[in-house]
Design a protein. Structure first.
Lengths: 352, 352
DNA sequence: ATGAAAGCGCTAACAC
DNA sequence: GTGTTAGCGCTTTCAT
């Protein structure tokens, strides 16, 4: 009771089991089995294991890390961990990493390359074995340098053009095409896109998808992409109002955030969605889902994003010596189409 | 180019600056200033600093941790990091911790006490200096033991009854009272509550709040609390249908998840909210907010949750020697009242 | 004002 | 099969 709660070390186990610390280390690391192993006496090994169990031995991570240079930790750097899309991915990565005995450090950049650089520094000092990064604009240099050092790195959600980096991304072009196509099929012609001015690969490709969908459907003349600054989303009101004055009938929102901002603004201005104006967007969201606000949403395979990214990273950590293979995983979007608010079963039956 | 990219250590700095590693250590740790300091020559210190800068010296965390026993990392264990409420708090903690040069490890329990215990073990092995924990049912023992060991610990969102543990929680009783009161003021009488069967302090207090509000308003006879099992939320349909058959006019949902499930179920059953049935709930949410689905929401001071919890934890890490003071921070809820869907400015103007 | 040196707990090469 | 031992990079006590 009054005993100081000293941490049990490998030494204590060795003493208690009457063997050397080396033996304990081997046994604890499973080096007593397998081919290239110091073959330890089966009984000795068992004795050591039981002592460790009894004393509730917990190896000291810091020592192990210092000695081996491996932390069994990876860093995940996203734009904003409180954003639903990233929070969901984070959760998947966390669970999966845990199964592989890895822990995860999270960080948010707020699309600020300086913050990204800081986070990378901090995480590397902490000794993470690798990084999963959602690159932001202006981070190209930093990331390329990292990769040149042969540091295990996997890009998520977006790519860095012209860099040979592993990445897990959506087929954004296709998603943009297909989601816009829903509007076209519904008979809309004046369809415009609301997007970010940030130069991000995923955004640019979504725009491309929209553009080719329009062009291929003979609506090239209506193509118009509004680029909003990330810090000035309030400008969306002007964009919408202007579009409205040009009889725009429907919008493609390049991200969930933009869509939410857009719809909120529309509500404030007295338009009802989708009655007065239709829209499609990327990612689902409880509001749009429940009220069928969107005519369609791009549903991203969250689980696979997390799984593929982590697996890729772990593989590249395993093969740190090799000159770093660059794998590109492109996931297929799913388009969730809603029937339209007027046909929401519940609303109809309630109003009749 | 072909150079192996060896990490710069304190030794390199020492050699380059022509001093001993001890001096470098002192300078790097700012022990050259202040009162109880080895007074280092101002110029020597400057020289060391400049060399460190030039060589881009990054101290090795593992070594520092091994030696000092301090990791400058804290663990945050919540129910589910992908849940908006916790994701938001996580983000606040992350930002704030970062300013204090701390990093944060996140983990999710899924309300499973076994997972909680595992996570605590893992995080402690990693050597976190302290933990912020959202306790789940059945974790009382584990947490009490932790605190008995004088391990820095702060509870978040919920408390462990009968344990002297620091915590940051909402005044849930008051929140429950006030949010139910909105319905009462709107003239509803048959108001029932949908809650969890889990025995969690916050949930229980919310129920208490609802109950006393009803009683004090002479509606005691209508008090009814439905307890759903966390894993069987689909049961909510039966609960709602049954309530409906008893002419229940409004619901208080004990959590955001319950509310979302509830409203979704109502929609499926063809009821329109709030036309056919009113509701209030805890936490805001884009859907309810945008469409004024809820008559009112309890808005929790997310920022303060994060800030208070982290500050409390850091303080208790700082004073690990002292016998652990137990502080309880109770935050005040804010009730956000919506005007009702029929008076949504935009919908009205659009429908006229 | 500065340096030497003793470890923190662990891994792994090497000796027996 | 098992033990010895040399560090990993750092902090900190104690000499000088």
């Amino acid at each position: 009771m009054g005993e100081r709660n000293r941490k049990i070390t490998i030494k204590d186990i060795a003493a208690e089991a009457g063997v050397s610390i080396a033996l304990v280390s081997f046994v604890m690391n499973g080096k007593s089995e397998g081919k290239n192993a110091y073959r330890v006496n089966k009984e000795t090994a068992e004795r050591i294991r039981s002592v460790a169990e009894r004393l509730n031995y917990q190896p000291n991570e810091a020592a192990r890390v210092l000695r081996s240079g491996k932390t069994n930790a990876v860093g995940v750097i996203v734009s904003d961990i409180s954003n639903k899309f990233f929070a969901d991915i984070a959760r998947c990565i966390e669970d999966r990493a845990y199964k592989h005995k890895y822990t995860v450090l999270f960080g948010s950049t707020d699309e600020n390359p300086q913050k990204l650089e800081n986070l990378i520094d901090v995480f590397r000092n902490k000794g993470v074995d690798g990084l999963i990064v959602v690159p932001c604009e202006g981070a190209e240099q930093t990331l390329r340098k990292l990769a040149n050092e042969n540091f295990p790195l996997v890009l998520l959600d977006r790519e860095v053009p012209g860099a040979e980096l592993s990445s897990v991304v959506l087929n954004n072009r296709r998603a943009g095409y297909q989601v816009a196509e829903v509007l076209v099929r519904q008979g809309f012609r004046r369809i415009e896109m609301v997007s970010y001015s940030m130069n991000l690969s995923n955004i640019r490709e979504r725009e491309e998808g929209y553009r080719s969908c329009m062009t291929e459907n003979g609506l090239g003349e209506y193509v118009r992409i509004h680029h909003l600054r990330h810090e000035r989303l309030d400008r969306i009101v002007e964009v919408l109002r202007d579009a409205r004055s040009r009889q725009v009938e429907a919008f493609v929102f390049a991200t969930n955030t933009l869509a939410m901002q857009g719809v909120t603004a529309m509500f404030r201005m007295g338009w009802q969605v989708p009655r007065d104006c239709s829209m499609v967007c990327f990612d689902t969201n409880e509001a749009f889902d429940l009220y069928h606000t969107a005519a369609a949403c791009v549903s991203q395979p969250i689980e696979r994003f997390g799984a593929e990214a982590l697996d890729l990273l772990l593989k590249s950590i395993e093969h740190r010596d090799q000159p770093m293979a660059c794998t590109r995983v492109v996931l297929t979007p799913e388009i969730v189409e809603y029937a339209g608010a007027e046909s929401l079963p519940e609303v109809v039956s309630a109003e009749v």
